[in-house]
Design a protein around this ligand. Structure first.
Ligand code: 5GP
Length: 189
């Protein structure tokens, strides 16, 4: 998606050989116009799929997911991150290792919000090792619901997440795919 790539080129900050900072439009300040266009693009790519729900993870997946949900006219559920959870009957939970924070979190979703007949589109802001997306897919499977696909805003294709998820049989649609960082520059695929 050219608009997103241009924005990454102009406003993104390459922090090291694997980390990109996009706080000015995605991770802290949010550009609603860009979010809407990305929501429309996810809706276009998954057109014709019987999606009943979008599942994302707090916090940075929420804005773009809400826009996609608005276009697709489906509810948006976000998984919450917790240091550790008391396991109760009414939640799905799984462990996710955070690439940016280098720590494990439990992520939880209330059982009432993902049901067996749901056809779920998973959306997240970044794809690195695939932990967050796989964790969300795990929750969908716990509910005996169906994963329709995984929509990612920025895929770092030089990290193993996209390959792992594709090999596991998921359809992954990424709006920008980064092949490498070199000398502070972002090289797209
Ligand atoms: P994964 O679970 O695929 O290893 O990493 C994806 C998660 O880590 C995303 O939810 C995102 O919050 C965070 N993340 C991974 N790589 C980056 C990055 O380069 N920049 C930012 N801002 N977040 C990232």
């Amino acid at each position: 998606m050219d608009l997103l790539k241009k924005r990454i080129q102009s406003d993104g900050l390459v922090l090291n050989d694997s980390l990109l900072k996009v706080d000015s439009f995605l991770n802290q300040q949010i550009d609603p116009v860009l979010m809407m266009k990305m929501g429309e693009e996810f809706a276009r790519r998954f057109q014709g799929e019987p999606i009943t729900k979008i599942l994302t993870i707090e916090a940075s997946g929420i804005a773009v997911s809400v826009m996609a949900g608005l276009v697709l006219k489906v509810p948006v559920v976000f998984a919450r991150k917790k240091k550790s959870v008391t396991i109760t009957e009414d939640i799905y939970y799984t462990k996710v290792y955070s690439f940016t924070k280098q720590e494990s979190n439990d992520i939880i979703v209330s059982k009432q919000f993902v049901q067996e007949d749901d056809k779920v589109l998973i959306i997240d802001d970044f794809l690195a090792n695939g932990e967050a997306a796989a964790g969300l897919a795990n929750i969908v499977h716990q509910a005996n619901a169906t994963v329709i696909g995984i929509g990612i805003v920025i895929e770092k294709s030089f990290q193993p997440g996209a390959r792992k998820l594709t090999q596991a049989g998921y359809r992954v649609e990424s709006l920008a795919r980064i092949g490498s960082f070199s000398n502070g520059q972002v090289n797209f695929l």
